[in-house]
Write a protein that binds this ligand. Structure first.
Ligand code: GLU
Length: 505
């Protein structure tokens, strides 16, 4: 029987979710939606030493911002909970016992100090079939001694008893068959009595099984664990229902070789985290896509194309388009260069597509921050509509549209030199009179009247218009002058020309 597709995103709350993790979450989501399946969010927090406060909330907020919807999880609930591994202790205990009872695992008492000592005499020491016979474990000790030690409170771990010399073949939907020999694997620790918790490997396998996961979609860095995971499914007797593996290509540095790192972002000035992150320990702040002024739709579109292509030349795709087109057939094995410039391009395209009213909503916090009030939604929307073609990120809207909301208090020196001469104040006084006489300030009408006046006086068109612009905007930049003066109240335009006459020397 075909099983319902169920996928999980299984982050460990050890810090802010990296942009590569976001891409993993996105591909899980796209695949689930494409196939009418469920998307599960499982928090893998069995390693208490690496726990970072705030990391789980950060994951939730990031996914929410990007529109990656979770069907089952800590917050959402579901029939397969709890969805946080630290709350599943009782469940894991039973499965550790099953492996011990069926001789697939054993108890080992070697202390970290003893293991260090062994490593210092035997370089390349690996705890496996060739060495386990000379270590302190339930395979070398009598049953009575083992029980006695446990009763006395000795700490121990449970190790997976890997049979050497076997070919392990893993099937990956992107990579095809990956074959390794079991002799290279060590007897992985599956459980630690000290914190009564399983390690990542055991918890991950047990949960994927119990949560009826059909596809394990994760980053390439987890590929080396796949053979071990396959052996664990077999040891439990779950080989028939083990999930299909899908290991996604690495995200690579924009320049040079190797994996994308936070340092690349710092150096080249792009975030590697979805949201800004304040490290609770170091107090350090790392920038995020949201705070830098990216739109979530743009980030999603950009990330989707890092390692996957739609099989045609579509570039701009909404979440629904992506869901519609997504499949692993068009995922690449090779790593994907993190072309952050392309990310900026996507953001520009999405800013252009956004209705002005929605842009205004996104822009209002910037005005509030600057203490600017009193502008109607319509005014803000129209102002942004005029400048958005010049903006890549949301803060660029302020850089481009600032003069709509605040009068210039300085004037670009270079432009003044070029466009403001001794006669200019007099001509600007005349311009004020002309503007005062215009009842209908719509762009085309005002333009015709002003240009006719310039022509009738024989003034230099470029000089007059640029001086006008300098007075209203503060520099020779911005959209069509008469579009500006159509939106801006006429009194304000005139006030600015007066101010310029007074202040520009
Ligand atoms: N907890 C692992 C992580 O942090 C999960 C890896 C997996 O998906 O199996 O990425």
């Amino acid at each position: 029987m075909e099983r319902k597709v169920r996928v999980r995103f299984a982050p460990s709350p050890t810090g802010p979710l990296h942009i590569g993790g976001v891409r993993t979450a996105l591909y899980n989501y796209l695949f689930a939606r494409r196939n009418g399946g469920d998307m599960i969010l499982r928090i893998e927090d069995t390693d208490s030493r690496r726990f970072v406060p705030g990391a789980e909330e950060y994951i939730n907020e990031s996914l929410k911002w990007l529109g990656i919807k979770i069907d089952e999880g800590v917050k959402e609930g579901g029939d397969y909970g709890p969805y946080k591994q630290s709350e599943r202790r009782d469940i894991y205990r039973k499965y550790v016992k099953q492996l011990l009872d069926t001789d697939k695992a054993y108890i080992a008492f070697d202390t970290p100090e003893e293991l260090d000592a062994t490593r210092s005499v035997t370089s390349n020491f690996q705890y496996d079939a060739s060495t386990r016979g000379s270590m302190r474990n339930s395979l070398t000790m009598s049953k009575e001694d083992v029980e006695k030690l446990i009763e006395e409170g000795a700490q121990y771990v449970v190790r997976f008893k890997i049979e050497p010399g076997k070919d392990v073949v893993v099937n990956d939907l992107i990579r095809g068959e990956v074959k390794i020999n079991s002799s290279i694997l060590d007897d992985k620790v599956l459980y630690k009595s000290a914190d009564d918790l399983p390690t990542y490997h055991l918890a991950n396998i047990v949960d994927d099984h119990l949560m009826e996961i059909t596809h394990v979609i994760r980053g390439e860095e987890w590929l080396p664990s796949a053979p071990l995971h396959k052996l664990l499914y077999e040891a439990f007797g779950w080989a028939d229902t083990q999930p299909q593996f899908v290991h996604l290509p690495l995200l690579l540095k924009p320049v040079g070789n190797g994996k994308l790192s936070k340092r690349d972002g710092d150096k080249l000035g792009f975030p590697v985290f979805p949201l800004e992150w304040h490290d609770p320990k170091s107090g350090e702040t790392s920038s995020g896509y949201r705070e830098k002024g990216y739109l979530p739709e743009a980030v999603v579109n950009f990330l989707a194309l890092l390692g996957w292509n739609p099989g045609d030349d579509s570039e701009l795709m909404t979440m629904d388009d992506l869901i519609d087109k997504f499949s692993f057939e068009h995922c690449s094995k090779a790593g994907a260069k993190f072309d952050y410039q392309k990310g900026i391009w996507f953001n520009h395209e999405y800013l252009m597509k956004k209705p002005d009213g929605q842009l205004a909503e996104l822009f209002k916090p910037t005005l509030e921050e600057k203490g600017i009030t009193g502008y109607s939604d319509e005014y803000i929307a129209k102002a942004l509509g005029m400048v958005k073609s010049r903006a890549n990120l949301i803060p660029d809207l302020w850089t481009q549209a600032d003069f709509f909301f605040t009068a210039p208090d300085s004037y670009a020196e270079k432009d003044v030199k070029k466009r403001w001469s001794a006669e200019t104040p007099g001509i600007m006084e005349e311009l004020i009179n002309v503007l005062e006489g215009i009842d209908d300030m719509t762009s085309a009408n005002a333009e015709k009247i002003v240009l006719d006046w310039i022509a009738s006086k024989g003034y230099h068109l470029g000089n007059v218009m640029n001086a006008f612009r300098l007075a209203v905007v503060g520099a020779c930049r911005g959209p069509h002058m008469f579009d500006i003066t159509e939106l801006m109240p006429k009194e304000e335009v005139i006030r600015r020309i007066r101010k310029a006459i007074e202040n520009i020397k």
